[in-house]
Design a protein around this ligand. Structure first.
Ligand code: G
Ligand code: G
Ligand code: MN
Ligand code: NA
Length: 256
């Protein structure tokens, strides 16, 4: 499999696209925003998940131009939707970052350029990083996150609960949102242990003035528990799968 050489050409050939998974308010059931999820439409192999090509993209450094493309495309889409669907607050767009993007010296400049070029409201862009990314170079990451925050951008900690972050360090980072990993959410109604962990994470987040997104919400039972725990948002197949642009627009139109 010539993954790396094919990956190199994929960007130029326009083979990448983004799916958008709605993030839903548990208070009113409305779409608060989307998470942009990368897809590779391979000419012969069909749709390839990022799980399959991100490791190669990281190794080869191709993640940098790909990540830049993702950021720009997601911001463009967010700006279009904000114009077409007036919401208060404006709908958010969450974008996953990779470790190498964060360690790139030009990262802040690139984000600034994308914000200018796309004219998206900075506070509606949410950048997602994982605990391990935050922990790998704590001082550098902290400085970077405060700079992004000063630009008005929101920050989310992805897959929360699966990493090894230091809570004292985390509490000093300007994170707006904890995204609870789906391993704690799925089967919530059948696992009193998961339920207690979830309750503890929500309490922790609220103590630190963070909001909570429950990932991988698949059943009505999970939704009922999450509401009871005062979790603000949910994302998952119970509400929506990752959607193409047309389906995402149909979902937005439905709630007008
Ligand atoms: O889209 P899916 O749910 O299959 O995503 C699989 C994994 O790929 C997830 O861990 C997700 O965070 C990651 N991922 C999806 N899109 C992007 C992206 O644009 N950039 C990075 N770095 N990771 C992504
Ligand atoms: O790591 P990250 O949280 O960014 O990854 C998001 C991934 O989770 C995407 O690959 C998306 O397709 C997947 N996903 C979204 N909702 C659900 C769900 O309800 N159940 C499961 N199993 N996966 C989901
Ligand atoms: Mn994510
Ligand atoms: Na996640």
């Amino acid at each position: 499999l010539q993954l790396d050489s094919e990956l190199r050409d994929a960007l130029g050939r326009g083979e990448f696209r983004l799916c958008y998974q709605p993030i839903v308010s548990l208070q009113n059931g409305k779409i608060q925003g989307f998470e942009a999820l990368l897809r590779w439409e391979h000419p012969s192999k069909g749709c390839i998940s990022p799980l399959e090509f991100l490791p190669t993209a990281e190794e080869t450094g191709l993640i940098l131009p790909i990540g830049q493309w993702v950021l720009e495309e997601a911001c463009l889409q967010a700006q279009r939707w904000q114009q077409a669907f007036l919401m208060d607050p404006p709908l958010t767009m969450s974008v996953n970052l990779s470790a190498s993007q964060l360690s790139q010296p030009e990262f802040i400049e690139q984000v600034k350029r994308v914000l200018q070029k796309t004219a998206v409201v900075p506070s509606s862009l949410k950048l997602e990083l994982t605990e391990s990314m935050a922990m790998s170079d704590p001082e550098h990451t902290a400085r970077l996150l405060f700079e992004l925050k000063a630009m008005g951008i929101q920050l989310s900690l992805d897959d929360f609960g699966t990493g090894y972050s230091s809570l004292s360090y985390l509490s000093r980072l300007p994170i707006d949102t904890l995204k609870i990993d789906r391993s704690f959410v799925s089967g919530l109604e059948k696992s009193s242990e998961n339920l207690r962990i979830l309750e503890a994470i929500v309490t922790l987040a609220h103590t630190l003035n963070m909001e909570v997104v429950a990932e991988g919400t698949e059943t009505i039972e999970e939704v009922i528990y999450l509401k009871r725990l005062n979790c603000e948002y949910a994302q998952g197949y119970f509400f929506f799968k990752p959607l193409g642009v047309a389906d995402a627009e149909a979902a937005l139109r439905q709630q007008l």
